[in-house]
Design a binder for this molecule. Structure first.
Ligand code: SAH
Length: 363
């Protein structure tokens, strides 16, 4: 890519300023949003309600997409994984998870990830770089277009989860900007109430998120009921240990709407964090803060060379029942897209067996 502006990363106000700099009136910004995000058109040429001269000007100075699809994988359960390359050739992965009532798109906030969670494959990439707001929004537009076609109205509601590669709260400004862009009523119109952001526990940003009026939902990855074990599994715990993390969650609770809860995610690693004792410890920990939260138990998604195995379904269920018996809402998350390395913690820019690959487009 040259120095052209990626308009997918511009808010409505920024777009107005940009069209102004090209000598055009502000309403042009609205037209571009309707075309590029409302109808999800991938090029200025397709925006035929704009004059030919203006389109030519736009093509000279701006782009609508920057990510290039490298591979696309289809799971036996209908989940799709996209592997893109950025203009500087870094990997970005996105997962589309269809369900009867709604679709969920899991986007990445960083290329790679700087956190060293021992159970997560993305950690092995290290941090390559933060993604821009435009690169975040592009992922969502691409997934919807792949599922339904450009300019086609989506038949179901779309939920977004910021649970792909990276730590969203270490790329906070771009993340919040992308969420604002995706909420535009004449654009994608995916409101923050449909968005959940997962953090490994960047405490100051949990507090900051609470102050944002129209904010997404929060999920916090726990993975362990004690500092000792969490230090080992999620080294970020050494910086923000459980006490500080849960105290930030307690503060965040004040920003919850009447029926809203926030979520704790707990990856279930066989023989590591899934005993009855640990279920009791977890219940005690959460109850000591009386948080309006629920716990999602995520059976570990294995991938070579991660040294873990998923807890058995019986173990997960027993763990869940112990939490429930202590008054904690707990659910078991069904893994999706494991066969194509699309499930939680499996994103590491890898290929999979040929038959699951739908297309290969060379960049
Ligand atoms: N960095 C953020 C978001 C990305 S991870 C975070 O840590 O929350 C999204 C979720 O996947 C987290 O809850 C994480 O604990 C979980 N996860 C990571 N690796 C996993 C694996 N191999 N199996 C199951 N869940 C995993």
């Amino acid at each position: 890519m040259s120095e052209k502006v990626n308009i997918t990363g511009l808010t409505a106000e920024e777009l107005k300023a940009f069209v102004g700099s090209l000598g055009e009136p502000p309403y042009r910004a609205r037209q571009i949003i309707a075309g590029a995000r409302g109808r999800r058109l991938g090029s200025f040429a397709a925006m035929t309600d704009l004059s030919r001269e203006f389109r030519t000007k736009l093509i000279q100075h701006a782009v609508v997409t920057t990510l290039v699809l490298e591979s696309r994988y289809l799971s036996s359960d209908g989940t799709r994984r996209y592997l893109f390359k950025t203009h500087d050739k870094l990997p970005v992965e996105t997962v589309f998870i269809p369900d009867e009532r709604r679709d969920t798109i899991c986007f990445s906030s960083q290329s790679g990830c700087p956190l060293q969670c021992t159970f997560c494959l993305t950690a092995q990439l290290g941090l390559l770089r933060n993604l821009t707001a435009g690169e975040i929004v592009e992922q969502v537009i691409f997934a919807l277009n792949d599922a339904y076609g450009e300019a086609v109205k989506t038949p179901r509601g779309t939920n977004l989860v910021g649970m792909g590669a990276g730590e969203p709260f270490l790329n906070f400004d771009a993340l919040i900007k992308a969420i604002r862009i995706m909420a535009e009523p004449n654009g994608l119109h995916i409101v923050p109430n449909r968005v959940t952001i997962s953090t490994a526990g960047v405490v100051p940003r949990i507090r900051e998120l609470a102050t944002i009026p129209d904010r997404p939902h929060l999920a916090v990855s726990l993975a362990a009921p004690t500092d000792e074990l969490r230090n080992e599994l999620m080294p970020i715990n050494k910086k923000w240990p459980l006490k500080e993390l849960l105290s930030a969650c307690k503060d965040f609770e004040k920003s919850l709407k009447p029926k809203e809860r926030f979520t704790f995610e707990y990856v279930m690693l066989a023989g590591v964090n899934d005993s009855d004792k640990q279920a009791n410890q977890l219940a005690r920990l959460l109850n000591s803060h009386t948080l309006r939260a629920k716990v999602n138990l995520i059976p570990h998604n294995p991938a070579e060379p991660l040294p873990y195995h998923p807890s058995s379904p019986e173990r997960v269920e027993t763990f869940r029942q112990i939490l429930e018996s202590k008054g904690i809402l707990a659910f078991v998350r069904r893994p999706r897209g494991r066969d194509i390395l699309a499930a939680c913690g499996q994103l590491a820019a890898r290929g999979t067996p040929e038959e699951s690959r739908l297309v290969l487009i060379s960049a």
